[in-house]
Structures are given as structure tokens and as C-alpha cells.
Design a binder for this molecule. Structure first.
Ligand code: AMP
Ligand code: MG
Length: 305
């Protein structure tokens, strides 16, 4: 059920979460499917509803840096500086996990509804994107309802501002390491950390895949074909549609912004719209191979895998 995020909606959502149920809520990146991070059954329900593979870890959302530090074994300088600069916001930090082996991914979301929910529950909320595993992340409450009709309550905060998942950075080593490109640009992160290690470009020269990231992900129902030249693609299963950006005029195409941030904000909604049209193939013009497009290209590559 879709519910307005007024005082009553927040109260109902908080009650469900405290009772060990799940709730979908907006964040500034995409909608999340939240549960009490320390209730095993509640977290298991997230995996069941999403059909998410058990090896793929969840990001834990907390109210502030103090709450984040309480869940970390150590709080390195890198985490401190990045959190001071970018929290609340679309950055996830991976640190050593308090009192146990392994790591934990933490984020303080900026969306007003997410913050109210964290305050109202006093909980740390594990929350992956509120969609079936491997499919497109939801940027509206309606997307959540269609992907996960069984979710008992969806707080409707309207379309999300960033429209793409958070940037994930591992700060357990001296040199911060990018695990997933996302909403927060690398340029901004480098202004704080100086350098950042990128996937596949580690110092010893050996490729090292980011953990917890499956190759196919973020995919619509239609087959996605990535190309540098939309007019040169032939032999695809019809009906086909084209997704491109403003520098090109293709009649009938979905045309997104040439600005990478605006493009990212509309990308999933555009893929949802094309799926709704019932197309069998989505021909996507490759965005430029520059770093500012890294997160978008990552999602498109996975959608096409
Ligand atoms: P999602 O919640 O669907 O946006 O996906 C969460 C992503 O966060 C995972 O796919 C991982 O890339 C990353 N992540 C979560 N926890 C960890 C962790 N402990 N170590 C490394 N990456 C993590
Ligand atoms: Mg996801």
C-alpha cells in the first residue's frame, strides 16, 4: 500500500519496522526496502521479497555519524573526512564491523522522509533498493509497488532526486577504494581524499572485482543493446525503442539530458517507461567514455549484460 509520508504515515511505518516487518521508503538516491538491520528475520524478509542472492550484502542506513561510528570497529580518518563532507548524502562507506569479523557498509541518507523514519524508529535500517533482484531500481513509489506488490507499506516521497544508487567507497585501507560508482561524483570524493583506487586499476596491476556486485543488474525486461551508433544497429527483436541523449535526434526515441547528473536522474524512469510500452529491445546510445559518466555507464553495461 502506498502511503503519504505525513506524521501518521511515518508512525505506521515505524511501528511496522519495530515489529520486524519491512517498509519501502524514499531516499535521495532510489527507494529502499528497509528493515531493522539487527533483526535477522526482518533482514531475511528483505532477501526473500527481492529474491536477492544471500552473498550480496546490504547497506545499513543510520541517522548520523555517531550512530555510524557505533557500528564500526574502527573509524579511520578517511571515513571521518568523507562523512564530514558528504553525510547526509549519497555516499556509502565500508568500514570494519564492530565486534565481529568482516565489514559493514554505512550511509546517512539526506532525504527528509528517510531521516524522519530513522528518527522515529531509533533503528539502523538495512535497505537495498526496493526492487526484485537484478531489475531496475525504483525512483518512484509506483515503481516499488509494481516490482514488489507484497511490501506492506510504501512511503511516497515523489520521484527521487539523484535517481541512481549511492557511491560505495571502502575506507578500510590507507587508500580509499571505489567499490561502486554512483550518485556522488569521483571528482568530489578526490577533493577530500586526494586519490582513490578504482576497480580494475589497483596499484599491483591485477584486476580485482568489486565485492557484492553481480554482472547482470539494473536490467529492464527488454533486452538492452549498447551502441556508439544507433542507426547502425540491425537485426534486433522488434518492437525496439531507442534511448539516447540530447546531442542526437532520433524520431520516437527517449531523449535524456547531456548532463550526466540529469541523465542519471531520469535513466531508470526512462527504462521503466520503455518496459511499460512493451518493447522487446532497447537500443541505448553509449554515453561518452569519460569519468563523469562512469556511474551511468556502469549501470547501462550491467543492464545490457
Ligand atoms: P543495493 O543495496 O542494492 O544498492 O546494493 C548494496 C551494495 O553495497 C552491494 O551490492 C555492494 O556493492 C555494497 N556493499 C554493501 N555492503 C558491503 C560490504 N560490507 N562490503 C563491500 N560492499 C558492500
Ligand atoms: Mg539494488
Amino acid at each position: 500500500m502506498i502511503v503519504a509520508p505525513d506524521a501518521d504515515g511515518i508512525r505506521r511505518a515505524a511501528e511496522l519496522l519495530r515489529a520486524g516487518s519491512v517498509v519501502a521508503f524514499p531516499t535521495e538516491t532510489v527507494y529502499g526496502l528497509g528493515a531493522d538491520a539487527f533483526n535477522e528475520d526482518a533482514v531475511a524478509e528483505i532477501y526473500r521479497l527481492k529474491n536477492r542472492p544471500s552473498w550480496n550484502p546490504l547497506i545499513v542506513h543510520v541517522a548520523d555519524v555517531t550512530a555510524a561510528r557505533a557500528l564500526a570497529e574502527e573509524w579511520p580518518d578517511g571515513a571521518n573526512e568523507l562523512a564530514a563532507q558528504f553525510w547526509p548524502g549519497p555516499l556509502t562507506l565500508v568500514v570494519g564491523r564492530a565486534g565481529g569479523a568482516g565489514t559493514i557498509a554505512l550511509r546517512v541518507p539526506a532525504h527528509e522522509v528517510a531521516r524522519k523514519l530513522l528518527d522515529a524508529t531509533g533503528l539502523a535500517l538495512a535497505a537495498p533498493s526496493a526492487n526484485r533482484s537484478e531489475s531496475i531500481s525504483p525512483t518512484t513509489a509506483q515503481h516499488v509497488l509494481r516490482s514488489l506488490p507484497e511490501v506492506p507499506l510504501i512511503l511516497d516521497g515523489g520521484p527521487t532526486a539523484w535517481g541512481i544508487e549511492s557511491t560505495v567507497v571502502d575506507v578500510t585501507c590507507d587508500l580509499p577504494r571505489l567499490l561502486r560508482p554512483g550518485a556522488l561524483p569521483l571528482r568530489d570524493i578526490r577533493q577530500v581524499t586526494g586519490a582513490i583506487e578504482l576497480p580494475g586499476t589497483v596499484l599491483d596491476g591485477a584486476a580485482r572485482p568489486a565485492p557484492g556486485m553481480s554482472k547482470r543488474h539494473y536490467a529492464p525486461r527488454a533486452k538492452v543493446v549498447l551502441t556508439d551508433d544507433v542507426s547502425a544497429v540491425t537485426g534486433v527483436v522488434e518492437p525496439a525503442a531507442v534511448l539516447t541523449y540530447e546531442t542526437e535526434d532520433v524520431p520516437g526515441a527517449e531523449i535524456l539530458s547531456v548532463d550526466p547528473r540529469e541523465y542519471a536522474a531520469d535513466l531508470y524512469a526512462a527504462l521503466h517507461r520503455l518496459d511499460d510500452r512493451g518493447v522487446a529491445t532497447i537500443i541505448v546510445r553509449n554515453p561518452p567514455a569519460t569519468e563523469e559518466w562512469m556511474a551511468v555507464r556502469d549501470r547501462l553495461t550491467r543492464a545490457a549484460a
